[in-house]
Ligand binder design. Structure first.
Ligand SMILES: [Zn+2]
Length: 165
């Protein structure tokens, strides 16, 4: 899935990283002839790449980013109290992940843009990536809740602040 670059940093070994709007980081090495990214070497070059999208495979795999912490939990929902928007199609905000936790019963979880169609149960939870349409459909009686994750990570916090201005 394509995700815009919201900032840059380095890993523990000093290799350059791009931070993406989803909360994942990706190496952006300049290591010719294999990786040709001379722009990463200068501040002006990096600044010009802000907002450019990179393909994020970790989003495709629904991997919760590092440093994301569960900060909120929805009420427990049942097949009756499930909010219609979760059934009909919903997206979380930029930088906000969620995890579907089924306490009893089962729930169908679909993300059409990623060709994901899973049955969730007390044995199988799943993550919801930011800004991607998903649908939840009770398969009979079900009890579940969503844990909501975000990060205080400075790059993403800066992006969120910029959007609020
Ligand atoms: Zn990602």
């Amino acid at each position: 899935m394509q995700r815009p670059i919201v900032g840059f940093g380095i890993d523990e070994e000093g290799a350059p990283l791009a931070f993406l709007s989803c909360g994942h980081a990706q190496h952006v090495r300049h290591n010719p002839p294999f990786f040709n990214r001379p722009w990463v070497l200068t501040e002006a070059g990096r600044a010009a790449m802000l907002g450019q999208a990179l393909n994020c495979v970790r989003c495709d795999h629904l991997e919760l980013p590092d440093r994301f912490i569960a900060r909120d939990r929805t009420p427990a929902f049942t097949e009756v109290s499930l909010p219609p928007r979760l059934r009909q199609g919903h997206k979380t905000s930029v930088g906000v992940w969620a995890r579907v936790v089924v306490v009893a019963g089962s729930l169908r979880y679909r993300v059409a843009s990623l060709s994901i169609d899973k049955t969730l149960s007390p044995l199988e939870a799943a993550n919801i990536p930011p800004e991607v349409g998903f649908r939840l459909e009770p398969l009979g009686e079900v009890h579940f809740y969503l844990d909501v994750y975000w990060t205080e990570h400075s790059q993403l916090a800066g992006l969120l602040a910029a959007q609020e201005r």
